[in-house]
Design a protein around this ligand. Structure first.
Ligand code: SAH
Length: 299
């Protein structure tokens, strides 16, 4: 929730319930957020038997079924799952107080090496060397809980030396904010094609006291008009989906004069990206990092 939404405090929210196959959890949660949900909650679905989950997405206005369906179809396609992985869709009204408190409690800080990613309301004990990143969850992708984000953060801690940093597809701004906080001298730029994400990323940067240090732009790495953001950077992070990485690869390579991190790749999709990299003359020094079925390539 961003603060504007919280001040509004509608009396009633709309809960959209779905039954989803366990392996479709990530795809479904992602699709529901893309369809405008402010938060999702996932529990076992005991009546459906093992392997099924009940997913509820919360909206501040009646959700548009067509949009939800379209986002679900797209997410299932990307994750290579059948449409039968999602069943039933019901909308019900939910009194405000019921879920907001519960939802907030469900966001726990995520620790990753020196980094702690935490929502604004949670208490995190200060410790030497610890870098706390505050992210308002629920409004854009990138809260630190997803493997693809964590792989990028690990790659930044392992390979980034400061200098100039470019975050392509910044979402909540998490990677750009991490770079700005870990490397106080770094020059950080971030772009996203989604103007709402850029607004949210700016708010998150403010929350972390680094808004002045990050050059946020609406746009992508292959668009002219974005030159100040895409002029080559010592470290480029792109946490996008594999098909997008494929399309943007020449531009991403062009935007990097040092390390390039490609994340958001399922292990079944790695070979195609590696082949494409080789075709573009980037075969040496490739580091592969993996977390579950997700892979990040460091070029
Ligand atoms: N960097 C964050 C968010 C990744 S989600 C993290 O690591 O968690 C991917 C983001 O890329 C989304 O916010 C989406 O809007 C954005 N995006 C999609 N296509 C893009 C493109 N062609 N150029 C730039 N950003 C894009």
């Amino acid at each position: 929730m961003n603060s504007a939404k919280e001040h509004q405090k509608p009396d009633v929210w709309y809960g959209l319930d779905l039954i989803a196959a366990a392996e479709a959890r990530e795809a479904v949660e992602y699709a529901l957020m893309e369809a405008g949900a402010l938060g999702t909650e996932t529990n076992d679905a005991p009546n459906e038997g093992p392997g099924w989950l009940q997913v509820t997405a919360y909206f501040d206005a009646t959700p548009e079924r067509e949009r939800v369906r379209a986002e679900l179809t797209e997410a299932l396609r990307i994750y290579e799952l059948p449409s039968s992985a999602v069943r039933e869709m019901n909308v019900r009204e939910v009194p405000n107080e019921d879920w907001l408190g519960e939802w907030k409690k469900s966001w726990q800080p995520v620790e990753l090496g020196r980094l702690v990613i935490a929502p604004p309301w949670s208490e995190v004990k200060a410790a030497r060397d610890r870098v706390v990143i505050r992210i308002e969850p629920g409004m854009a992708f990138g809260t630190g809980t997803h493997e693809t984000t964590r792989l990028c953060l690990k790659a930044i801690m392992r390979f980034c030396k400061g200098g100039s940093f470019l975050d392509v597809g910044t979402g909540t701004g998490i990677l750009a904010i991490a770079a700005a906080k870990l490397f106080p001298q770094a020059r950080v730029a971030a772009c996203d094609t989604d103007a709402d994400a850029i607004e949210i990323a700016r708010e998150n940067a403010q929350l972390n006291g680094v808004a002045e240090r990050i050059d946020f732009r609406v746009g992508s790495v292959d668009e002219s008009g974005c030159e100040p953001v895409t002029a080559s950077a010592d470290f480029v992070c792109a946490n996008l989906q594999a098909d997008l990485i494929g399309q943007l690869l020449p531009a991403l390579i062009g935007a990097s004069c040092g390390r390039l991190v490609l994340s958001g790749i399922l292990d079944s999709q790695v070979d195609a990206i590696v082949e494409q990299l080789q075709g573009l003359g980037n075969s040496g020094n490739l580091v592969m990092m993996q977390d579950g079925e997700w892979v990040a390539l460091v070029v």
